[in-house]
Design a protein around this ligand. Structure first.
Ligand SMILES: Nc1nc2c(c(=O)[nH]1)N[C@H]1C(S)=C(S)[C@@H](COP(=O)(O)O)O[C@H]1N2
Ligand SMILES: [Mo]
Length: 201
């Protein structure tokens, strides 16, 4: 069992669970406004520098889980493809091509925004967005698209799966009470999802 499962972290697959996904054959296409569009294979991602971010994934449905997320910084991916100066937003696509979401470039470039493949030292399984998902602890969890297959660099914003169904485009985390999954789902206040404190560390 995975640590996330042990902690009873809810599994959200609004578009339907994708079933088994082949980690060794995983590929992420990075396209859009850049000089060197590229396909990153699982092997390539594993060769890149691994960043470990101690961070919370916090859902607008008010659960939150903290752990050590391991993966590649989105900023490292973007360095490799050389974005055009006009890029303002980064869009992520999940496997199946139904779920997508976009975030502003400056948030994508922050140090804890990852293409994550690990949580607390173990590979993510399909329930939690493996082989590779977005982890963007600065915004509500619906920006952290799971099992991603494409990253698109854009000069404009497009509302994604949940944003077109009523969730805010900004997804700014509000302080307040959440179910802290690290404490058995105990309801307690977590200021701004602890994002601000983590940023100051
Ligand atoms: N493809 C996909 N990604 C997704 C979702 C989803 O339904 N499908 N749910 C989002 C929401 S609302 C949250 S809070 C987190 C939840 O992550 P978890 O299912 O690993 O707990 O994933 C986000 N990424
Ligand atoms: Mo969510």
């Amino acid at each position: 069992m995975s640590r996330l499962k042990d902690l009873n972290v809810p599994v959200f697959w609004a578009e339907g669970h994708p079933g088994r996904l082949d980690r060794e054959k995983w590929q992420i296409e990075v396209r859009g406004l850049c000089e060197k569009p590229a396909v990153f294979t699982w092997q390539h991602l594993k060769e890149m520098e691994k960043t470990i971010a101690d961070a919370r994934l916090t859902s607008v449905t008010r659960f939150s889980v903290r752990g050590k997320w391991g993966g590649i910084r989105v900023s490292d991916i973007l360095d490799a493809v050389k974005p055009e100066p006009s890029v303002r937003f980064v869009r992520f696509w999940s496997v199946k091509g139904i779920y997508d979401t976009s975030i502003p470039l400056d948030i994508a470039l922050r140090e804890k925004t990852l293409l994550a493949y690990e949580f607390d030292g173990k590979y993510l399984d399909e329930d939690y967005g493996g082989p590779v998902r977005v982890l963007c602890p600065y915004l509500w969890g619906y920006k952290s698209a799971k099992s991603i297959v494409a990253v698109e660099l854009m000069d404009h914003y497009i509302s994604g799966f949940w944003e077109t169904r009523g969730y805010s485009d900004e997804a700014e985390i509000e302080g307040g009470k959440v179910r802290d999954m690290n404490q058995g789902g105990r309801v307690r206040p977590i200021p701004d999802g602890e994002v601000i404190r983590f940023l100051d560390e």
